[in-house]
Design a binder for this molecule. Structure first.
Ligand SMILES: NC(=O)C1=CN([C@@H]2O[C@H](COP(=O)(O)OP(=O)(O)OC[C@H]3O[C@@H](n4cnc5c(N)ncnc54)[C@H](OP(=O)(O)O)[C@@H]3O)[C@@H](O)[C@H]2O)C=CC1
Ligand SMILES: O=C(O)C1=N[C@H](C(=O)O)C[C@H](O)C1
Length: 249
């Protein structure tokens, strides 16, 4: 059996270290480089990595992707911090590289992907929607990439349904009390030790609410999605945003 040669960026991190273990345990994958802060990216080319998994930091992920696409290496990206500008930049780096694939997923946990899809479906039926994300207190960014992506999906579905802003009589508020706005959808971030990664999407209409909640209780929840992406990417050129495209949802 020819094994896929895999590199990991952020290899000593909370998620990256688990990805290293999962790749080592997979019979069809060969871990050829485990790179963390201070290590040279050239370890990936020296190890002839075909696919690299990136769980690093929003401040460094674009440099990593420039290096990977420039060296013809497929990338599976879990790192947060992607807005449309960044996605457009990555798409630009892939131009003229028809063989190369990059998958960027706001969340690799199956339930999180389903929650986003359900939220997208529910959005047009409710006057109001807000997102609450809850994470461990070591998380670098707020709101989470998943919450920002969820809010954008909700905003898009609301716009397509011709819905304006939800009713809200607030005229006086402490700064931040109503959360941040992503494409007009309120997003609230909670940070507590003991949490891993959690999201609630709340919808309201006259006389009822709907709450969609997902909980990652352990970072092992991300691994099946990451491995699926690693195995799929060679046959999937171009930029793919979201694991749902590999799940036939
Ligand atoms: N899409 C998804 O499903 C998920 C996404 N994430 C995202 O993944 C990212 C990482 O999360 P997490 O593992 O918790 O974070 P950690 O801080 O635990 O891990 C990141 C690791 O990357 C290292 N690092 C920093 N800069 C570089 C660099 N230039 N090259 C290589 N390694 C580097 C860090 O080193 P040092 O600490 O020394 O700086 C650290 O070891 C975050 O953006 C997070 O939001 C997390 C979980 C799931
Ligand atoms: O930092 C984390 O932990 C997570 N980050 C991702 C995000 O920002 O959405 C995915 C998941 O929520 C865990």
């Amino acid at each position: 059996m020819t094994k896929i040669r895999v590199g990991v960026l952020g290899a000593r991190g909370r998620v990256g270290s688990q990805v290293v273990g999962a790749v080592e345990a997979a019979a069809d994958l060969d871990l050829v480089a485990a790179v963390d802060a201070g290590d040279a990216l050239e370890e990936l080319t020296a190890g002839k990595a075909e696919v690299v998994v990136d769980f690093t930091h929003p401040d460094v992920v674009m440099d990593n992707l420039r290096f990977l696409t420039g060296n013809g290496i497929h990338a599976v990206v879990g790192t947060s911090g992607f807005d449309q500008d960044r996605l457009d930049t990555v798409a630009g780096w892939l131009e003229g590289r028809p063989e190369l694939g990059v998958l960027i997923a706001p969340n690799f946990a199956l339930g999180a992907v389903l929650a986003m899809r359900f939220a997208q479906q529910a959005a047009r039926f409710y006057e109001s929607a807000e997102v609450v994300e809850l994470h461990h207190n070591r998380k670098a960014d707020a709101p989470s990439g998943t919450a920002a992506h969820t809010a954008r999906l909700i905003a898009q579905a609301r716009a397509e349904a011709g819905l304006g802003p939800g009713p809200d009589a607030t005229t006086s508020e402490l700064d931040g009390a109503r959360g941040a706005e992503v494409d007009g959808v309120r997003v609230h971030s909670v940070r507590l030790p003991g949490l891993v990664a959690h999201e609630e999407i709340l919808f309201g209409a006259e006389g009822e609410t709907l709450t969609i909640r997902h909980d990652s209780m352990d970072r092992s929840s991300f691994l099946p999605g990451v491995l699926l992406a690693v195995r799929s990417l060679a046959g999937r050129p171009g930029l793919t945003v979201g694991l749902e495209h590999l799940l036939d949802l």
